[in-house]
Design a protein around this ligand. Sequence first.
Ligand SMILES: [Zn+2]
Length: 312
Amino acid sequence: MRRSKNWVKVGVLSLGIMSFSGLLQANHLAEKSAYFNDRGTFYNRFDFQAVQETAPDVFTLTFKNEQELYYNHFVVTSAGVVVFDPLSDSAAEAMVDVIRDKAPGQPVAGIIYSHLHTDHIAGARVLRKAFGADIPIIAHERTRRYFSIRKVPFIDMPTEVVGDEGKTYQFGDTEIQLQYLGDVHTASILVPVLPDKRVAYTVDYINGDVVGWTDLPGINLDVLMAQQRRTLEVDADIFLFGHGAPGNKATLQRQIDYFTALQIEARKALAAGWTEDQTAERIELEDYRHFSNYEDWFEGNVRAFYRWEKNR
Ligand SMILES: [Zn+2]
């Protein structure tokens, strides 16, 4: 009797799976680009929210996935459009439309990858399909090395690389410096600086009024904070981010102050003999409650600093 019930259950389960995959197929057909059928498109689904001109001819796009807000950017130069981080296939599809709207008839002259994390740099193939298969992709040399070892089918390989010494590119009338400020966050972060426009772009290791990601896994917090302070010395006025609305040096300072406050609280908790759980429960930082993802990740940030200071 029990056995036959189990059989019935198994039958229902496989029916369920079949109809689920049928539903997936229907969704794929409904997608704008059903031909890109992998994780790069569908795992990290981005919804386009807005575009703003953050400096003359510099455009910032806002996207939302299931967890948080992402930002990417492009600059319109006299030699064409230069894109900073395509993000994903779905984000790049939205970006194609925005580029055609803001820079009608312009080619895409280059794509720059900020670092090797795929949640920021997938989608180049969509831009290349729309604007030309030979568009150069520029990245840090360790980004290319990483993808030459670890094949990721939805990431287009960088065609030009930059070392730790950095490099300056000229796209028509627009100079773009790719600066390397130091080993932080995958040791592959290029910071693009547009000196004429007084614009710089930083990703992940410093954000615009956003708390750190979950419990800051694997992050050397001393290195992180040192690089954040170094970023204050970048010669620019407008700072664009991978996460967080565009800001300025005051925005950078708030991010530094936030991490510094966490560090001070963690040290106080350890001095008072609190456990990690007590610390996570007791600490709030009212001045930063408005930061994005505070409700979800602040506790993880507290735990990360507690552990870091405890193991010092
Ligand atoms: Zn990253």
